[in-house]
Design a protein around this ligand. Structure first.
Ligand SMILES: Cc1ncc(C[n+]2csc(CCOP(=O)(O)OP(=O)(O)O)c2C)c(N)n1
Ligand SMILES: [Mg+2]
Length: 350
């Protein structure tokens, strides 16, 4: 990668040839590790199934896939409660599935079926699951950031220990509202965690063509917001660092930010992995980033400590594959919403 135009503040974290080794899983209990592995595998397989559906023209709208980035939502969500308010954007399947791994409802939504998360009226980019704390994703980059600050402020005014969480990309800081939201959150001590998924790309453009530094947490420094910078493909680092920040937010310390370095395995939108080639992304980079696979790194560490095995993983993979097949077939057969229901959900009735 040519980083001539930019300060490479991320150093090794942005180098796809680094961080291929198994991760340290010290001081994390076996149950939590297995749960995180299981959820990451579910998310990966769901994304791959959606890629297959798109490739075979079975899905109507655009689908932004997050395969490769699973460790972020999974590590953060381990520390969340159903009463927290979580917001996403255009690439949010993992954000929702990490709170509620119901891939059947996601398939139904993406296929436009009445049984989907948003009654089939939202598609891949308008997901909603209030009972599990997911207050919505929208395609407008940074659109949910002020909403999340508002939700966090509401929790504070109600004197609850709930927090707001918003997932943003490296591209989102090119929107002014993000900076207004950082500033307001800090001044008001809003209980919110900003989770930056820095995958080095916004649509088809590498960060070096868009910003003077590749480190997004510089904006936390600018707003005096505490932050952590981590390898986003290490689920244990994500889990532990977000826990510390979330504990401090819940105890009334105000906002925090976590920046997680990752990479998406597919191109910006839909199923191809070579769609960004010719801009800055090369298939060689993609190949190297796949060696920083968050699932394999956790699984290898668990096998090393004898709390997991290749055989167990094979059984788990087969089990999830079968469930995904069944869920897809069911969602395909589900009905579409009726035409007369289209206006029914435009305004919320309290
Ligand atoms: C306000 C706005 N501007 C532009 C777009 C077009 N757009 C969709 S996704 C995207 C890139 C977002 O990049 P990033 O925030 O890094 O998220 P990633 O796609 O990498 O997950 C852009 C520019 C949009 N949806 N909304
Ligand atoms: Mg990005």
């Amino acid at each position: 990668m040519n980083l001539k135009n930019i300060i490479n503040d991320l150093k090794e974290l942005s180098n796809p040839k680094k961080y291929h080794n198994p991760i340290s899983i010290k001081n994390v209990n076996k149950k939590t590790l297995q749960k995180m592995l299981n959820t990451m595998i579910i998310i990966r397989k769901t994304e791959n199934k959606l890629a297959w559906g798109k490739r075979n023209n079975l899905i109507g709208g655009p689908v932004h896939l997050g395969a490769g980035q699973e460790a972020i939502a999974v590590g953060v969500s381990q520390n969340l409660k159903k009463t927290d308010h979580v917001f996403g954007a255009h690439r949010s399947h993992s954000h929702l599935l990490a709170l509620n791994p119901n891939f059947y409802k996601l398939f139904a939504e993406v296929l436009g079926k009445k049984t989907g998360f948003s009654k089939g009226m939202g598609g891949s980019m308008h997901l909603f699951d209030k009972s599990n704390g997911f207050y919505g994703s929208v395609p407008i980059v940074a659109g949910t950031v002020p909403l999340a600050v508002g939700a966090a402020m509401a929790a504070k005014m109600k004197k609850k220990r709930d927090i707001g969480v918003v997932y943003i990309g490296d591209g989102s800081v090119e929107e002014g509202v993000v900076h207004e939201s950082f500033n307001l959150a800090k001044i008001q001590k809003a209980p919110i965690l900003f989770v930056v998924e820095n995958n080095l790309f916004a649509s088809h453009m590498h960060i070096s063509l868009r910003q003077p530094s590749d480190k997004i947490s510089r904006f936390a420094v600018a707003n005096n917001i505490p932050f952590k910078l981590e390898d986003g493909n290490n689920v244990v680092s994500v889990y532990k660092s977000s826990k510390k920040l979330i504990d401090s937010i819940r105890s009334g310390e105000g906002p925090a930010l976590i920046e997680l370095i990752t990479y998406r395995w597919y191109g910006h939108v839909d199923w191809r992995d070579d769609i960004d080639v010719g801009v800055k992304r090369s298939l060689k980079d993609v190949k190297n980033w796949k060696l920083r696979d968050p699932i394999q790194r956790l699984s290898k560490s668990m096998i090393k400590l004898d709390i997991w095995s290749k055989k167990k993983e094979e059984i788990l993979n087969n089990k999830i594959d079968k469930k995904i097949q069944t869920a897809w077939k069911k969602a395909i057969k589900d009905p579409y919403p009726s035409a007369d229901s289209t206006l029914k959900y435009v305004y919320s009735k309290k």
